[in-house]
Design a protein around this ligand. Structure first.
Ligand code: SF4
Ligand code: SF4
Length: 225
């Protein structure tokens, strides 16, 4: 079994929905060439309860999934180091707020799109090929020589505009993403964050909303009925 397969097997055993491998040379401040993206699915039963506001259960679930991702990144990083290489964990919750108003040490979405497992939607969320935006991501940076995917470089949203129409904060510009696009050309994280703080502080301390995730048809195509 090669290292890619060992990582995939380990992460899936402990709850990951999917794993991506990417070349991120020159795209991080730590000198690593490779990244492992760990995707954990959000439950359809929880996401479907989001309407024009988040739910208490969604906030709790959001935190639980972050905890699981941090556990998985640690397990994967340990496996990589036990195999003779170096690994740096980038936890799911290292950014502040659901929409990463404040940038973290490394953008999960960069590794995730470069792994070829999905693209960035008009919502500004990563849209996975199988689970749409109904997931959260952790990343492990490493010098282990991994077999990498083919990066996605363009949005697959097409003419869909549902997340833009349903965002009361008017946080999205409605443009289609392409690799290298400035984040603010796609959406305004400050508008999103201010809206959540103003309207949902009583539910999830103003850290979650989830409306643009819930409405996305890409997240509904394979959902559990
Ligand atoms: S999380 Fe809510 S406020 Fe933020 S962009 Fe999505 S719909 Fe708009
Ligand atoms: S709701 Fe539509 S436009 Fe928004 S991310 Fe999903 S597919 Fe793209």
């Amino acid at each position: 079994m090669n290292l890619n397969d060992k990582i995939t097997s380990l992460a899936k055993t402990f709850g990951a929905a999917d794993i991506g491998f990417s070349d991120v040379e020159g795209l991080n401040d730590y000198g690593y060439k490779y990244a492992v993206s760990i995707f954990v699915r959000l439950l359809d039963g929880v996401v479907d309860e989001i309407t024009d506001k988040p739910t208490y259960e969604y906030y709790s679930h959001y935190k639980s999934v972050n905890t699981l991702i941090n556990d998985l990144t640690l397990r994967v990083a340990t496996l990589i180091e036990d195999s003779g290489y170096k690994a740096l964990t980038v936890s799911s919750s290292q950014s502040v707020g659901e929409r990463e108003e404040y940038r973290g040490m490394f953008p999960h979405k960069t590794a995730a799109t470069r792994s070829g497992r999905g693209y960035i939607g008009k919502s500004g969320l990563f849209v996975h090929d199988d689970f749409g935006p109904r997931l959260r991501i952790g990343t492990v940076l490493t010098n282990a020589p991994l077999i990498v995917g083919i990066p996605k470089t363009e949005s697959e949203c097409g003419e869909c505009n549902l997340c833009v129409r349903n965002c009361s904060a008017s946080a999205q510009t409605g443009k289609n993403w392409y690799a290298g696009m400035e984040r603010n050309d796609l959406y305004d994280p400050r508008a999103c964050s201010e809206f959540m703080k103003n309207y949902f502080s009583h539910i999830g301390n103003g850290f979650v909303c989830g409306i643009c995730m819930q409405v996305c048809p890409k997240g509904k195509k394979n959902k559990r009925l």
